[in-house]
Design a protein around this ligand. Structure first.
Ligand SMILES: Cc1cc2nc3c(=O)[nH]c(=O)nc-3n(C[C@H](O)[C@H](O)[C@H](O)COP(=O)(O)OP(=O)(O)OC[C@H]3O[C@@H](n4cnc5c(N)ncnc54)[C@H](O)[C@@H]3O)c2cc1C
Length: 104
């Protein structure tokens, strides 16, 4: 039996979510990785800046958005490297904001 293809999507922005949804019924296993656990609806950022909306109103947990998609899992992590020959990606569990200023 042939193993199912595995698809890794980096980023749960508009592009990443659209790609994941497009693969909803495909015979593949999808892993979506984002450094944040939420999707940010950037076009409404100005409304948060001007106080008409709260941050929570323009952010949705990526896991919830894709929760009904059985072939998809969501991981939180910062992708720091992609090796195409070995088809592997390296993920740091440390949020980028914590790495900055660490001196390393
Ligand atoms: C203030 C503002 C207003 C805008 N208004 C409009 C508008 O009115 N109309 C319009 O069409 N467009 C608008 N845009 C542009 C639109 O938001 C972007 O074109 C769109 O978000 C791009 O989608 P994307 O999926 O490519 O990237 P993003 O939406 O930026 O998503 C990228 C995702 O990848 C994740 N990520 C990035 N690097 C890594 C990594 N190394 N490891 C793990 N995760 C990672 C990020 O956390 C993020 O969730 C606006 C943008 C801004 C900032």
């Amino acid at each position: 039996m042939t193993a199912r293809h595995r698809v890794v999507i980096i980023g749960g922005g508009f592009a990443g979510l659209r790609a994941a949804r497009a693969l909803r019924s495909a015979p593949v296993d999808v892993t979506l990785i984002d450094r944040r656990n939420y999707h940010l609806f950037q076009p409404l950022l100005y409304q948060v800046a001007t106080g008409s909306l709260s941050p929570g109103q323009i952010a949705a947990p990526i896991r919830s958005v894709l929760s009904r998609q059985k072939n998809t899992r969501v991981l939180m992590g910062d992708v720091v490297d992609i090796s195409t020959p070995s088809r592997r990606r390296s993920v740091s569990r440390t949020p980028p904001s914590d790495r900055r200023g660490s001196g390393s």
